[in-house]
Ligand binder design. Sequence first.
Ligand SMILES: *[C@@H]1O[C@H](CO)[C@@H](O)[C@H](O)[C@H]1NC(C)=O
Ligand SMILES: *[C@@H]1O[C@H](CO)[C@@H](O)[C@H](O)[C@H]1NC(C)=O
Ligand SMILES: *[C@@H]1O[C@H](CO)[C@@H](O)[C@H](O)[C@H]1NC(C)=O
Ligand SMILES: *[C@@H]1O[C@H](CO)[C@@H](O)[C@H](O)[C@H]1NC(C)=O
Ligand SMILES: *[C@@H]1O[C@H](CO)[C@@H](O)[C@H](O)[C@H]1NC(C)=O
Ligand SMILES: *[C@@H]1O[C@H](CO)[C@@H](O)[C@H](O)[C@H]1NC(C)=O
Ligand SMILES: *[C@@H]1O[C@H](CO)[C@@H](O)[C@H](O)[C@H]1NC(C)=O
Ligand SMILES: *[C@@H]1O[C@H](CO)[C@@H](O)[C@H](O)[C@H]1NC(C)=O
Ligand SMILES: *[C@@H]1O[C@H](CO)[C@@H](O)[C@H](O)[C@H]1NC(C)=O
Length: 387
Amino acid sequence: MRLLLFLSSFSAATAAAISARQANTSIQYSTLVADSFIQRGVSKTNRYGESVFYRGVELTYNATGNESYATWVQDQIDGVISDDGVIANYPSYPFSLDDVRIGTILLELYTRTSQEKYKTAAATLRAQLDRGPRTPSGGFWHRQPTYPNQMWLDGIFMADVFYAQWTALLDNSNTTAWDDILLQFSLIEQHCRNTTTNLLVHGYDESGVAVWADPVTGASPNVWNRALGWYLMALVDVLDYFPTNHSGHAQLVDWLVTASAGVLAAQDASTGGWWLVMNEPYPGMDKNYIESSGSAMFVYALLKAVRKGYIGSEYISPMQKGYEYLANTFVAYNGTNGTVNWEGTVVVGSLGSNATFEYYTSVAVDENDLKGAGPFLYASVEYEALA
Ligand SMILES: *[C@@H]1O[C@H](CO)[C@@H](O)[C@H](O)[C@H]1NC(C)=O
Ligand SMILES: *[C@@H]1O[C@H](CO)[C@@H](O)[C@H](O)[C@H]1NC(C)=O
Ligand SMILES: *[C@@H]1O[C@H](CO)[C@@H](O)[C@H](O)[C@H]1NC(C)=O
Ligand SMILES: *[C@@H]1O[C@H](CO)[C@@H](O)[C@H](O)[C@H]1NC(C)=O
Ligand SMILES: *[C@@H]1O[C@H](CO)[C@@H](O)[C@H](O)[C@H]1NC(C)=O
Ligand SMILES: *[C@@H]1O[C@H](CO)[C@@H](O)[C@H](O)[C@H]1NC(C)=O
Ligand SMILES: *[C@@H]1O[C@H](CO)[C@@H](O)[C@H](O)[C@H]1NC(C)=O
Ligand SMILES: *[C@@H]1O[C@H](CO)[C@@H](O)[C@H](O)[C@H]1NC(C)=O
Ligand SMILES: *[C@@H]1O[C@H](CO)[C@@H](O)[C@H](O)[C@H]1NC(C)=O
């Protein structure tokens, strides 16, 4: 996979995308992008990038009923776990929330096939949550040993949607588990939300020792679009599982509603996309740019939130605008054998850095990054369902 420096490659890639584009005759991007990645091949690993992409293929399967997608995901996963449910190359760290994300796909496969190996593998990930290290307030560390006492928005999507899916499927009357899931979101809300903008910064360090930690809240200083995208997706997805008779349900909806308002207010007026670094004074600033993965996550989360009735229909038109910008800008007819590429996704944003604007904007942008292509599939399925 090529790593591209944004400034040197973006205009060339965009020009290639535009010049090589076919006329838009209501292209169905969900199947186009899924088929392109399937044709080129996706490595069989349990990493979170692949896991995020598989969910997009699962959603495309549900939307189309095309069994090839279901078969493909199962074949990919069968390359990662043994017949008795042992996950290859697990754990990647003593404890990392990123390792847990594949559990959502394992439970999809278990539900669909009833094969015990998927449940066994998922149980390994569920057990990790019982023994992993926590902050003094009970939040999962993002990773041990690398990020002690730190919670990141990313980790909420990686671990807590699975935690809720597992609990709903196999342990639904476990109130301790539901309370614990709510606590993870609650700690993020307490420490990371700016109540003026309703945007949330990337994470916080409960021990306050990280170089970027705010002396009072422990919060990191900036709103990174992909971290906030993970979080919005976690909110809207966890509500698929969280019991409506638990008081936390209304609380989660409230957090989703207010964060959605913040995301809408931060949408770039001219393009309909979202800046890599979203907090003032950075939008529009030199070196900042409209980044594709976080933008796709917002379109997905907010369109799904409308469909599920959490937010109003006034969100549809701005999200359509955002989606059309992404489709027209970041899908490039430039791949192998007539397949399309997905452009403009930043490789990483880590709180192992100094968390400054300079850091976030110094990270390379990647082509065909699964962390962007996957959420674009989610957004495509929601967008296409509007038609
Ligand atoms: C794809 O686009 C890149 C620029 O991003 C260009 O260098 C390359 O030649 C293009 N490849 C094809 C097959 O069009
Ligand atoms: C189903 O999906 C496969 C794999 O992407 C594709 O090759 C095939 O054309 C699709 N079938 C239909 C009927 O759309
Ligand atoms: C697809 O639909 C099935 C049946 O309704 C559901 O169990 C599954 O969770 C859906 N998949 C995704 C990824 O939402
Ligand atoms: C919510 O409903 C479920 C299923 O009916 C039940 O097991 C659970 O005890 C209820 N929880 C509360 C907090 O009432
Ligand atoms: C209920 O959830 C808690 C918190 O995750 C966990 O420690 C406990 O083992 C669960 N109980 C059962 C019966 O699974
Ligand atoms: C919240 O955002 C506002 C508007 O950008 C800013 O003035 C304020 O400093 C932020 N608050 C914190 C705690 O960062
Ligand atoms: C395709 O073109 C139609 C007609 O101009 C437009 O309404 C639609 O938004 C476009 N779709 C995308 C994804 O750009
Ligand atoms: C491209 O298509 C050719 C001819 O069908 C095939 O031999 C080749 O393997 C394909 N390449 C990739 C990367 O799919
Ligand atoms: C933060 O790190 C970036 C590179 O990641 C560097 O360019 C910048 O100078 C650093 N800023 C501070 C204040 O250390």
